[in-house]
Design a protein. Structure first.
Length: 268
DNA sequence: GCGCAGGTAATCT
DNA sequence: AGATTACCTGCG
Protein backbone atom coordinates (compact mmCIF):
# COMPACT_ATOMS: atom_id res chain seq x y z
CA UNK A 1 0.00 0.00 0.00
CA UNK A 2 1.38 3.34 -1.04
CA UNK A 3 0.22 6.62 0.42
CA UNK A 4 0.77 9.81 -1.53
CA UNK A 5 0.29 13.38 -0.41
CA UNK A 6 -0.32 15.27 -3.59
CA UNK A 7 -2.35 18.26 -4.71
CA UNK A 8 -4.39 18.40 -7.91
CA UNK A 9 -5.34 14.75 -7.92
CA UNK A 10 -8.97 13.74 -7.61
CA UNK A 11 -9.94 10.19 -8.54
CA UNK A 12 -13.61 11.00 -9.11
CA UNK A 13 -12.76 13.83 -11.47
CA UNK A 14 -10.35 11.68 -13.46
CA UNK A 15 -12.90 8.88 -13.72
CA UNK A 16 -15.50 11.36 -15.03
CA UNK A 17 -13.21 13.35 -17.28
CA UNK A 18 -13.94 11.20 -20.30
CA UNK A 19 -10.33 10.31 -21.03
CA UNK A 20 -10.54 6.75 -19.73
CA UNK A 21 -13.05 3.93 -19.86
CA UNK A 22 -11.67 1.32 -17.45
CA UNK A 23 -11.05 3.68 -14.52
CA UNK A 24 -14.18 3.24 -12.49
CA UNK A 25 -15.70 3.63 -9.06
CA UNK A 26 -15.75 0.54 -6.83
CA UNK A 27 -17.23 -0.13 -3.39
CA UNK A 28 -14.34 1.42 -1.55
CA UNK A 29 -12.68 3.69 -4.06
CA UNK A 30 -11.58 3.43 -7.66
CA UNK A 31 -10.03 0.76 -9.79
CA UNK A 32 -8.20 1.04 -13.05
CA UNK A 33 -6.87 -1.70 -15.27
CA UNK A 34 -4.01 -0.99 -17.65
CA UNK A 35 -1.16 -2.89 -19.23
CA UNK A 36 -2.40 -6.13 -17.68
CA UNK A 37 -2.27 -4.72 -14.18
CA UNK A 38 -4.99 -3.85 -11.70
CA UNK A 39 -4.71 -0.81 -9.45
CA UNK A 40 -7.09 -0.13 -6.58
CA UNK A 41 -7.04 3.44 -5.37
CA UNK A 42 -8.64 5.42 -2.58
CA UNK A 43 -9.09 9.14 -2.10
CA UNK A 44 -8.17 9.61 1.55
CA UNK A 45 -8.50 13.39 1.53
CA UNK A 46 -8.52 16.14 -1.10
CA UNK A 47 -4.73 16.05 -1.06
CA UNK A 48 -3.95 12.39 -0.49
CA UNK A 49 -4.58 9.03 -2.07
CA UNK A 50 -3.55 5.46 -1.38
CA UNK A 51 -2.57 2.99 -4.07
CA UNK A 52 -2.76 -0.73 -3.58
CA UNK A 53 0.33 -1.84 -5.45
CA UNK A 54 3.96 -2.76 -4.94
CA UNK A 55 6.68 -0.15 -4.83
CA UNK A 56 8.10 -1.62 -8.04
CA UNK A 57 4.82 -1.27 -9.91
CA UNK A 58 4.37 2.22 -8.56
CA UNK A 59 7.80 3.37 -9.67
CA UNK A 60 7.82 1.33 -12.83
CA UNK A 61 4.34 2.06 -14.06
CA UNK A 62 1.62 3.77 -12.04
CA UNK A 63 3.58 6.88 -11.18
CA UNK A 64 3.80 7.79 -14.85
CA UNK A 65 0.35 6.43 -15.67
CA UNK A 66 -1.13 8.86 -13.15
CA UNK A 67 1.17 11.62 -14.43
CA UNK A 68 2.37 12.48 -10.94
CA UNK A 69 5.40 14.48 -12.07
CA UNK A 70 3.42 17.15 -13.88
CA UNK A 71 2.72 20.41 -12.08
CA UNK A 72 -0.94 21.10 -12.79
CA UNK A 73 -1.07 24.08 -10.45
CA UNK A 74 1.24 25.93 -12.83
CA UNK A 75 -1.13 25.31 -15.74
CA UNK A 76 -4.04 26.55 -13.67
CA UNK A 77 -2.21 29.68 -12.60
CA UNK A 78 -1.34 30.35 -16.25
CA UNK A 79 -5.03 30.91 -17.04
CA UNK A 80 -5.61 34.63 -17.69
CA UNK A 81 -8.00 36.07 -15.14
CA UNK A 82 -10.11 37.60 -17.90
CA UNK A 83 -10.94 34.09 -19.15
CA UNK A 84 -13.62 33.69 -16.54
CA UNK A 85 -15.06 30.48 -17.96
CA UNK A 86 -11.73 28.67 -17.89
CA UNK A 87 -10.89 30.07 -14.47
CA UNK A 88 -14.13 28.65 -13.13
CA UNK A 89 -13.76 25.34 -14.98
CA UNK A 90 -10.21 24.81 -13.74
CA UNK A 91 -11.25 25.33 -10.13
CA UNK A 92 -14.08 22.87 -10.65
CA UNK A 93 -11.83 20.20 -12.17
CA UNK A 94 -8.54 21.04 -10.47
CA UNK A 95 -7.99 17.39 -9.56
CA UNK A 96 -7.91 16.13 -13.12
CA UNK A 97 -4.66 14.71 -14.43
CA UNK A 98 -4.09 13.48 -17.94
CA UNK A 99 -3.24 9.80 -17.72
CA UNK A 100 -0.58 8.11 -19.81
CA UNK A 101 -2.67 5.25 -21.09
CA UNK A 102 -1.59 2.20 -23.08
CA UNK A 103 -1.38 3.21 -26.73
CA UNK A 104 -3.18 0.34 -28.41
CA UNK A 105 -6.01 0.34 -25.88
CA UNK A 106 -6.42 4.09 -26.27
CA UNK A 107 -6.52 3.84 -30.04
CA UNK A 108 -9.14 1.10 -30.12
CA UNK A 109 -11.19 2.66 -27.32
CA UNK A 110 -11.53 5.97 -29.13
CA UNK A 111 -12.30 4.27 -32.43
CA UNK A 112 -15.18 2.63 -30.57
CA UNK A 113 -16.22 5.93 -29.01
CA UNK A 114 -17.57 7.48 -32.20
CA UNK A 115 -21.29 8.12 -31.97
CA UNK A 116 -21.61 6.12 -28.79
CA UNK A 117 -22.53 7.10 -25.24
CA UNK A 118 -19.90 6.60 -22.58
CA UNK A 119 -21.75 3.69 -20.88
CA UNK A 120 -22.09 2.00 -24.28
CA UNK A 121 -18.38 2.51 -24.98
CA UNK A 122 -17.52 0.87 -21.67
CA UNK A 123 -19.82 -2.08 -22.40
CA UNK A 124 -18.12 -2.70 -25.74
CA UNK A 125 -14.61 -2.41 -24.31
CA UNK A 126 -15.38 -4.87 -21.51
CA UNK A 127 -16.83 -7.30 -24.05
CA UNK A 128 -13.66 -7.10 -26.11
CA UNK A 129 -11.47 -7.69 -23.06
CA UNK A 130 -13.55 -10.68 -22.02
CA UNK A 131 -13.52 -12.08 -25.52
CA UNK A 132 -9.79 -12.13 -26.16
CA UNK A 133 -7.81 -10.47 -23.35
CA UNK A 134 -5.78 -12.37 -20.76
CA UNK A 135 -7.57 -13.17 -17.53
CA UNK A 136 -5.53 -11.25 -14.96
CA UNK A 137 -7.63 -12.19 -11.98
CA UNK A 138 -10.90 -14.02 -11.48
CA UNK A 139 -13.30 -12.45 -13.98
CA UNK A 140 -10.97 -9.54 -14.71
CA UNK A 141 -9.47 -9.29 -18.16
CA UNK A 142 -6.67 -7.28 -19.65
CA UNK A 143 -7.24 -5.29 -22.78
CA UNK A 144 -6.12 -7.57 -25.63
CA UNK A 145 -2.77 -7.16 -27.29
CA UNK A 146 -2.78 -6.17 -30.97
CA UNK A 147 -2.02 -9.80 -31.83
CA UNK A 148 -4.88 -11.14 -29.74
CA UNK A 149 -7.36 -8.72 -31.27
CA UNK A 150 -6.02 -9.20 -34.79
CA UNK A 151 -6.60 -12.94 -34.52
CA UNK A 152 -10.32 -12.47 -33.85
CA UNK A 153 -12.84 -12.86 -36.64
CA UNK A 154 -15.09 -10.06 -37.84
CA UNK A 155 -18.05 -11.94 -36.36
CA UNK A 156 -16.39 -12.10 -32.95
CA UNK A 157 -15.67 -8.39 -32.97
CA UNK A 158 -19.22 -7.67 -34.12
CA UNK A 159 -20.49 -9.62 -31.11
CA UNK A 160 -19.07 -6.85 -28.90
CA UNK A 161 -21.76 -4.38 -30.02
CA UNK A 162 -19.42 -2.21 -32.01
CA UNK A 163 -21.50 -2.24 -35.20
CA UNK A 164 -19.93 -0.61 -38.24
CA UNK A 165 -16.75 0.12 -36.24
CA UNK A 166 -15.80 -3.57 -36.34
CA UNK A 167 -13.89 -3.24 -39.60
CA UNK A 168 -11.99 -0.22 -38.27
CA UNK A 169 -11.04 -2.16 -35.15
CA UNK A 170 -9.87 -5.23 -37.03
CA UNK A 171 -7.97 -3.16 -39.56
CA UNK A 172 -6.18 -1.16 -36.85
CA UNK A 173 -5.37 -4.28 -34.83
CA UNK A 174 -3.90 -5.97 -37.91
CA UNK A 175 -1.90 -2.93 -38.88
CA UNK A 176 -0.34 -2.71 -35.42
CA UNK A 177 0.15 -6.47 -35.04
CA UNK A 178 1.91 -6.68 -38.39
CA UNK A 179 4.21 -3.86 -37.41
CA UNK A 180 2.85 -1.63 -40.15
CA UNK A 181 2.17 1.09 -37.62
CA UNK A 182 4.52 0.67 -34.65
CA UNK A 183 2.64 2.65 -32.02
CA UNK A 184 5.52 2.75 -29.53
CA UNK A 185 7.86 4.14 -32.16
CA UNK A 186 5.61 7.13 -32.69
CA UNK A 187 6.72 8.45 -29.30
CA UNK A 188 9.84 9.69 -31.07
CA UNK A 189 7.87 11.88 -33.46
CA UNK A 190 6.78 15.44 -32.89
CA UNK A 191 3.13 16.29 -32.22
CA UNK A 192 2.29 16.90 -35.86
CA UNK A 193 3.77 13.67 -37.13
CA UNK A 194 2.08 11.62 -34.40
CA UNK A 195 -1.20 13.18 -35.48
CA UNK A 196 -0.60 12.39 -39.16
CA UNK A 197 0.40 8.81 -38.40
CA UNK A 198 -2.78 8.25 -36.38
CA UNK A 199 -4.97 9.69 -39.15
CA UNK A 200 -3.68 6.91 -41.42
CA UNK A 201 -5.87 4.41 -39.57
CA UNK A 202 -9.19 3.79 -41.26
CA UNK A 203 -11.94 5.07 -38.97
CA UNK A 204 -9.66 7.53 -37.20
CA UNK A 205 -10.46 11.16 -37.92
CA UNK A 206 -9.37 14.42 -36.36
CA UNK A 207 -11.20 13.98 -33.07
CA UNK A 208 -10.06 10.42 -32.36
CA UNK A 209 -6.48 11.14 -33.44
CA UNK A 210 -6.38 14.06 -31.03
CA UNK A 211 -7.73 11.92 -28.19
CA UNK A 212 -5.06 9.27 -28.78
CA UNK A 213 -2.40 11.94 -29.06
CA UNK A 214 -3.47 13.50 -25.76
CA UNK A 215 -4.51 10.52 -23.65
CA UNK A 216 -2.01 7.98 -24.99
CA UNK A 217 0.99 9.96 -26.17
CA UNK A 218 0.49 12.65 -23.56
CA UNK A 219 0.88 15.48 -26.02
CA UNK A 220 -0.66 18.19 -23.88
CA UNK A 221 -0.95 20.60 -26.78
CA UNK A 222 -3.61 18.40 -28.44
CA UNK A 223 -7.12 19.80 -28.14
CA UNK A 224 -9.82 17.25 -29.04
CA UNK A 225 -13.09 18.93 -30.00
CA UNK A 226 -16.10 16.76 -29.26
CA UNK A 227 -19.69 17.93 -29.09
CA UNK A 228 -19.32 19.17 -25.51
CA UNK A 229 -16.30 21.27 -26.36
CA UNK A 230 -17.87 22.62 -29.56
CA UNK A 231 -21.05 23.56 -27.73
CA UNK A 232 -19.09 25.23 -24.95
CA UNK A 233 -16.97 27.22 -27.38
CA UNK A 234 -20.10 28.31 -29.22
CA UNK A 235 -21.92 29.28 -26.05
CA UNK A 236 -19.13 30.89 -24.05
CA UNK A 237 -16.40 31.90 -26.47
CA UNK A 238 -18.40 33.16 -29.44
CA UNK A 239 -17.40 30.16 -31.54
CA UNK A 240 -13.63 30.66 -31.27
CA UNK A 241 -11.48 29.36 -28.43
CA UNK A 242 -8.28 31.38 -27.80
CA UNK A 243 -5.86 28.48 -28.26
CA UNK A 244 -2.91 30.88 -28.42
CA UNK A 245 -3.40 31.70 -24.73
CA UNK A 246 -2.78 28.05 -23.88
CA UNK A 247 0.05 27.12 -26.16
CA UNK A 248 1.55 23.80 -25.23
CA UNK A 249 -1.11 22.81 -22.71
CA UNK A 250 -4.48 23.34 -24.40
CA UNK A 251 -5.26 19.66 -23.77
CA UNK A 252 -5.31 20.29 -20.03
CA UNK A 253 -7.81 23.09 -20.62
CA UNK A 254 -9.86 20.75 -22.80
CA UNK A 255 -10.19 18.42 -19.83
CA UNK A 256 -11.31 21.18 -17.47
CA UNK A 257 -13.77 22.39 -20.07
CA UNK A 258 -15.17 18.94 -20.80
CA UNK A 259 -15.56 17.94 -17.16
CA UNK A 260 -17.13 21.25 -16.17
CA UNK A 261 -19.52 21.39 -19.12
CA UNK A 262 -20.60 17.77 -18.87
CA UNK A 263 -20.95 17.71 -15.07
CA UNK A 264 -23.11 20.81 -15.16
CA UNK A 265 -24.91 19.83 -18.35
CA UNK A 266 -23.97 23.09 -20.00
CA UNK A 267 -24.55 23.57 -23.68
CA UNK A 268 -26.75 21.30 -25.79
C1' DG B 1 -40.92 2.48 -28.10
C1' DC B 2 -37.51 5.76 -30.05
C1' DG B 3 -34.08 9.45 -30.48
C1' DC B 4 -29.57 9.98 -29.72
C1' DA B 5 -24.69 9.24 -28.53
C1' DG B 6 -17.24 12.23 -26.90
C1' DG B 7 -17.40 10.88 -35.30
C1' DT B 8 -15.87 9.27 -39.87
C1' DA B 9 -15.94 8.51 -44.71
C1' DA B 10 -18.27 8.99 -48.86
C1' DT B 11 -20.58 11.87 -51.74
C1' DC B 12 -22.19 15.63 -53.01
C1' DT B 13 -22.02 21.18 -54.43
C1' DA C 1 -13.03 23.63 -49.32
C1' DG C 2 -17.43 23.29 -47.21
C1' DA C 3 -21.98 21.03 -46.47
C1' DT C 4 -24.74 16.81 -46.18
C1' DT C 5 -25.68 12.09 -45.11
C1' DA C 6 -25.45 7.08 -43.90
C1' DC C 7 -23.86 4.35 -40.42
C1' DC C 8 -24.58 -0.10 -35.89
C1' DT C 9 -26.59 -0.55 -31.58
C1' DG C 10 -27.20 0.04 -26.52
C1' DC C 11 -28.78 3.42 -23.26
C1' DG C 12 -31.95 6.65 -21.19
Amino acid sequence: MIKLNIANLNLFQIAESGQCFRFNQTEHGYRTIAEGKILDMCQESPDSITLNCSKEDYKGYWHDYLDLSTDYASYISAIPSNDSFMTEAAIYGSGIRILRQPLFETLISFIISQRKSIPAIKTSIEAICRMCGNEIDEGIYAFPTPEQLASCSMEEILSCSVGYRARYILSAARSVAQGKTPLEELHKLDDDDVFKALLEFDGVGVKVANCVRLFGYHRLAAFPEDVWIINTINNYYGGKFPLDLYEGFAGVMQQYMFFYARSNKLGK
